[in-house]
Design a protein around this ligand. Sequence first.
Ligand code: ATP
Ligand code: MG
Length: 285
Amino acid sequence: MTEKLLEIQNLTKTYYEGTAECRVVDNVDLIVNRGEFVMIMGASGSGKTSLLHLIAGIDESDTGTITYALPAPPPSSLTKAPVWRHTGNHTSDFSHMNEKTKAIFRRTNIGIVFQQQCLIPDLTVYENILLPMMLARHPEGRDRNLPSRRKEIIFNLCSQFGLKEHIGKYPSQLSGGQQQRAAILRSVVNKPPLLLCDEPTGSLNSAQTELVMDLLNELNRNGQTIVLVTHDRKVAVRGQRVVYIEDGHIAGELRFPEAMSDDSSRELYDERESELTHFLQNRGW
Ligand SMILES: Nc1ncnc2c1ncn2[C@@H]1O[C@H](COP(=O)(O)OP(=O)(O)OP(=O)(O)O)[C@@H](O)[C@H]1O
Ligand SMILES: [Mg+2]
């Protein structure tokens, strides 16, 4: 059964430069269901990053709503009463949140990965992944075993995703792909319901891209909902559908009949890639 995680209705965002008006997000309607892996494609400047920033609540829309089917954070994580729309069926809407509540909502519910991963250079892989765990106010805050449980979680994640021998290294001692995988683990360590990725493989070679996408596909198979912006067709075919953006609006969507798995054959990848190429060419790509 499909269950909605996020619903975007009538979203618009306009930037003004002098008298020039640039509508970067134009009347977007989009639903993302739990467990989906949605790819967003479109030419440079078409508004993909702008849309992602609105979804993350980093930026504010002019009109429209973004409704998350997620409850408010636990009251213990809020020091002051928030402006929070929390209806019976647990929906939360950015337009009803103040900045502080928005930040807490984002920290609790949304993991974000950018093209140039932003690991903190003076912290090891272990410490980088630990950081969001320290920042999130877990209900078990006073548990004495918390440090050792956190350590176990980080070691398990790094072992599972090929970073075990790099856990004590600094970002400068890692390849781009290893850094990006560490950044992804850091973004999902608190198990956010939604992971947003903006060209996470944009600066990687094809071997590193494959490893990063293997990690994201594995997280998705484990139930992680992902929305990912990419220019790369080989990356886009790893999702369940591709949403095509043109001049800020959704100009088409291509759905694949099944999710990729470990056993997906090379033929299936090639078949999907040519289907996607055809879809994009029809839209002037
Ligand atoms: N803060 C801003 N002020 C004014 N214009 C902006 C601002 N941010 C983005 N834009 C403009 O909005 C348009 C969409 O930008 P956006 O970054 O969303 O594109 P994109 O699809 O992510 O492009 P790319 O593929 O190159 O990353 C661009 O024309 C850009 O110049
Ligand atoms: Mg962008």
